[in-house]
Design a protein around this ligand. Structure first.
Ligand SMILES: Nc1ncnc2c1ncn2[C@@H]1O[C@H](COP(=O)(O)OP(=O)(O)OP(=O)(O)O)[C@@H](O)[C@H]1O
Ligand SMILES: [Mg+2]
Length: 216
């Protein structure tokens, strides 16, 4: 089976910080994974490495069968635009643009033609069609969270990286958001990798990667 992501001997070091050593692991294409561990263990760093936002000092990272860890920043940006959808805890929607135009901007940034029909269908499928012409600051936190998911999906990525998408939510909303991510990833045929310290998600993911606490 082909792999969407593989880490081998990966080490990352921020200036004047201890080295973070990541275990070797792989995620099969179409499978979903959860990265768990206490605050500071390197979960967000792992996602940033997986999406090519950071590069490791040692080891290799393969994305969709290609080693991205040795590529230049511009080359990694292009792979990310083509293959990866990012969902962050803070939303980064552009406040001057409507919801539909935020999604159109994501397509444009990924070098894709703007596809208004795709945007309409996706928002409808996620129960968000009434948000189409709203401005970001008029949304509730839960609505904005779902829009952030829609924005990550609108480019049809092969890998969705979500950093703490449920930690700030109550149990019912956390479960709904996780189900929505899984359902939409399934519809796109994408793999979903969630980094969280939220153990409520453990039961619903087949692949769980536990990172060790950072050294004292
Ligand atoms: N830009 C940075 N510069 C220096 N150190 C950093 C930077 N980003 C993260 N670190 C350090 O790297 C380690 C891992 O951080 P990371 O954000 O990946 O952890 P995390 O598991 O996502 O934590 P949390 O659960 O709190 O989000 C921590 O010790 C953190 O202080
Ligand atoms: Mg984090």
């Amino acid at each position: 089976m082909s792999e969407i992501l593989a880490f081998h001997g990966v080490q990352k070091q921020y200036p004047d910080r201890p080295v973070i050593r990541f275990p070797d692991w792989r995620l099969a294409a179409g499978n979903h994974g959860l990265v768990l561990g206490p605050s500071g263990c390197g979960k967000s760093t792992l996602l940033a490495l997986a999406g090519g936002l950071l590069t490791p000092e040692r080891g290799t990272i393969d994305l969709n069968g290609e080693t991205i860890s040795g590529l230049t920043e511009g080359e990694r940006d292009r792979r990310r635009a083509r293959l990866v959808g990012l969902v962050f805890q803070t939303l980064h929607l552009v406040s001057a643009l409507s919801i539909a135009n935020n999604l159109a901007l994501a397509q444009y940034t990924a070098g894709q033609p703007i596809d208004r029909q795709r945007i309409r269908h996706l928002l409808a499928a996620m129960g968000l069609e009434s948000m189409t012409n709203r401005m970001p600051e008029t949304l509730s936190q839960g609505q904005a969270q779902r829009i952030a998911i829609a924005r990550a999906l609108v480019t049809r990525p092969k890998l969705i990286l979500a950093d703490e998408p449920t930690s700030a939510l109550d149990d019912a909303s956390a479960k709904r958001t996780a189900s929505l991510l899984l359902e939409q990833a399934g519809t796109c045929g994408a793999s979903l990798l969630i980094a969280t310290h939220d153990h409520r998600l453990r039961g619903i993911f087949p692949t769980v990667l536990e990172l060790e606490p950072e050294p004292a």
